[in-house]
Design a protein around this ligand. Structure first.
Ligand code: ZN
Length: 368
């Protein structure tokens, strides 16, 4: 099992931003090479590219170049050439044992020029994991919005201590921001009505097209984001701070965007507001020493939580009625219980657990 912690750190900005930028180019060069040669073989890549890239980026330490090469080829291998992984100039940078050391609280990172040493401030809730689990790697990320670097440390343990607290499933949809497996409903009717109002006003202003209407459009879009930000903060805080819950199970929705879920739902799933909500929950839960995990969402909305019978017609909008055993309940509540039970089942059957997804809070995404 893996656990992660994200810690804000102060680093020499220019050197590290320069490094991230160059590493992104090195990463992308490997991806281009892999696509052209239809292979993700590391040795071949090394032979073809290493000497050239060393000349092109002489200030990037050679160990880091090799780490980036491995990352790039693993990334393209994972997508089986179906998608093209790309890095932007400020994309996160993964470190491994070649490029970083952790002794006590002192972390040393490879960089352009001299290695950089820093002392980490470990939050209280993470101290036990920090002291007793094995350190396996770190990612350096940069938030453009906050102008802040973060290190995300990953720790691993073969036999972690028992989870102290409940596991809660959460279903997220159009009509409810969240429904928990113990029956709490967080309605999104206020969000929807506010969004409708903004949409109406936006259309009217767009038709006018004058300079002042453009100015008003801009300030309106800021107000709308502000409203979403407040709502997301509020709901994620309420969920994360439930005292008896230790693990939150969310549907892994990244894989099912292409599936038929309705136009409106897909639009919501792809929106920044939805993404922000998940980020907020992750970082608030993490700060309280809790975990957020993701679960394969297949059949969660069609399966009966009582008898496990799967049928598309079990669900009719917000009503769930099992065609097999007659069990009746709210469809989202039924789904959230399935998410929880599927997670419990998959984690006790010894399948490899997905690392917790406590990604750092990057607010740059919310106002771009
Ligand atoms: Zn049933």
């Amino acid at each position: 099992m893996k656990r992660t912690v994200s810690i804000p750190v102060n680093l020499p900005d220019e050197r590290f931003l320069n490094l991230m930028n160059q590493c992104a180019s090195i990463f992308n060069a490997h991806i281009d090479w892999a696509i052209e040669n239809k292979t993700f073989n590391k040795n071949k890549a090394h032979k073809d590219l290493y000497a050239m890239l060393r000349l092109q980026y002489p200030s990037v330490p050679s160990a880091l170049l090799q780490t980036v090469r491995d990352n790039a080829l693993e990334a393209i291998k994972a997508t089986k050439f179906k998608r093209v992984p790309r890095k932007k100039p400020t994309s996160g940078l993964r470190y491994d044992k070649r490029t970083m050391t952790l002794r006590g609280h002192q972390l040393t990172l490879s960089c352009i020029g001299k290695r950089v040493k820093l002392i980490l401030e470990i939050p209280d809730y993470f101290k036990q994991v920090f002291e007793t689990w094995d350190f396996c790697g770190a990612t350096l990320t940069y938030s453009k919005h906050l102008k802040q670097f973060w290190v995300r440390l990953v720790f691993e343990s073969e036999n972690p201590q028992e989870i102290n607290g409940k596991i809660q499933g959460i279903d997220r949809g159009l009509y409810h921001q969240a429904v928990t497996s113990d029956g709490q409903f967080f309605s999104s009717s206020q969000i929807r009505s506010t969004q409708r109002r903004y949409l109406f006003n936006r259309r009217q202003l767009q038709q006018k097209g004058t300079r002042s209407s453009k100015r008003r459009l801009k300030s309106m879009s800021f107000r709308e984001k502000r409203f979403m930000l407040d709502t997301n903060h509020c709901v994620s805080k309420k969920i994360a701070s439930q005292p008896d819950v230790a693990v939150f199970v969310l549907e892994d929705l990244s894989s099912i965007r292409t599936q038929r879920r309705g136009k409106k739902m897909n639009k919501w799933l792809a929106s920044w507001a939805f993404f922000q909500q998940e980020q907020f929950l992750a970082y608030k839960a993490e700060a309280l020493g809790k975990r957020v995990v993701h679960q394969d969402p297949r059949y969660t909305s069609q399966k009966c939580n009582v008898c496990k019978h799967i049928k598309r017609t079990n669900r009719n909008k917000s009503r769930f009625q099992c065609k097999n055993c007659g069990h009746q309940t709210h469809a989202d509540l039924n789904a959230s219980r399935n998410v929880r039970d599927d997670y419990i089942l998959s984690s006790t059957h010894g399948t490899e657990e997905q690392g917790s997804v406590n990604t750092p809070y990057v607010s740059g995404n919310s106002f771009s």
